[in-house]
Design a protein around this ligand. Structure first.
Ligand code: ASP
Length: 355
């Protein structure tokens, strides 16, 4: 036991210490995801595809600009996730999926690799930017994870922007939940107070959401010019979730993890990611040996996503940075994803056959 603990602390310092070394050649980088699932060309019209590509490019450019101007990785992660939380295309903040009770319960988490600081929130219903609440938990509370009403009280005390729950309402997510509860044989909940009048939603949009497996969680990993890595994730969880269900996104080690120069944000069937401790396992499983940093990171990610997650029956993917190298891995047909490095151009991909 002691030997295991010792090994862990040695490995932890090996992971954390080098990240703080000043390196004049160090270049910032950022990688973003907007969810994974059965995202295929035949399910997506050109306008929808273009809208997702634009949103992903805007996300990495927004983060890149902050990092280029000497901003911290934490600032970049927060700003990029704000934009995605405000964008109804993604399942986080406005546009989050509904529970089977007709509510939006939002989860988010953040972790910094240089000092293993972390913060998370689960099941919040009135905080416009759950990622900012997770950051406040990390920076301004003695705790790592807050849930439900207590988290909302803390948000109010911190002066974070609170909104009426109807702010998160979108018609397509509502109708998608209605289809799901009907299929589950559950009663359709009452339309939320203050929700807009019902409007028609194209069948195709609903099919796309179902095909996406209702994913659409957002995640960002950024490294700034000091070498500090921050990973953050924000989600509404899974469509028609019940009983206060919490997925992997706010679980440090499962949906989000950062240690030293490694940072991971995940998206997929949370019940599987939690049990496999996906995000932490990928960072801890990197073995460079004869491989380059990018190859080593990819090998670890692919092992966990394609072998372990696949074997357990889980679907989804991750984006990560390791020594500034953006890497992604997913076992679904597609994943909304993008990256940008200091000396490069944005790379934006959706389908599995790109890149
Ligand atoms: N991982 C999220 C959850 O299980 C869902 C997602 O990534 O779409 O709550």
């Amino acid at each position: 036991m002691l030997r295991a603990a010792l090994a862990l602390s040695v490995a932890a310092s090996a992971l954390t210490a080098p990240a703080l070394a000043q390196d004049a050649d160090r270049q910032w980088s950022i990688v973003v995801h907007g969810g994974a699932g059965v995202i295929e060309r035949e399910n997506m019209d050109a306008a929808t595809e273009a809208a997702y590509r634009d949103a992903l490019e805007l996300a990495v450019r927004t983060g890149g600009e902050i990092l280029e101007n000497g901003g911290s990785a934490l600032d970049a992660v927060e700003a990029v996730i704000h934009g995605l939380e405000d964008d109804p295309k993604f399942n986080s903040g406005r546009g989050a999926v509904f529970t089977s009770a007709g509510t939006n319960e939002l989860d988010a988490s953040v972790m910094r690799g240089s000092d293993l600081a972390a913060g998370a929130v689960a099941g919040v219903t009135n905080v416009r930017h759950p990622i900012s609440l997770a950051i406040a938990v990390m920076e301004d509370s003695p705790h790592v994870m807050l849930a439900g009403e207590g988290a909302e009280t803390f948000a109010a005390e911190q002066g974070l922007e609170l909104v009426d729950p109807s702010y998160f309402f979108t018609e397509r997510r509502w109708q998608s939940m209605v289809r799901a509860v009907e299929a589950m044989g559950l009663p359709v909940p009452q339309r939320p107070e203050n929700a807009p009048e019902p409007e028609p939603v194209e069948e195709g949009a609903l099919d796309l959401m179902e095909a996406e497996h209702a994913f659409g969680t957002v995640g960002v990993v950024a490294m700034d010019e000091t070498g500090t890595v921050v990973a953050g994730t924000s989600t509404g969880g899974t469509t028609a979730k019940r009983w206060g269900r919490v997925g992997d996104s706010p679980i440090i080690g499962a949906g989000t993890y950062a240690a030293g120069e490694c940072g991971v944000s995940a998206t997929g069937t949370g019940e599987y990611f939690i049990r496999l401790n996906v995000a932490a396992r990928i960072c801890w499983g990197i073995e460079e040996g004869a491989l380059t940093p990018a190859e080593a990171a990819r090998a670890s990610a692919d092992r966990v996503i394609h072998a372990d997650l696949g074997a357990l029956g889980g679907d989804g993917g991750i984006v990560m940075l390791y020594e500034g190298e953006p890497v992604w891995s997913f076992n679904t047909p597609g994943m909304y994803r993008a990256s940008l490095r200091e000396d490069g151009e944005p790379v934006v991909q959706i389908f599995g056959d790109e890149g």
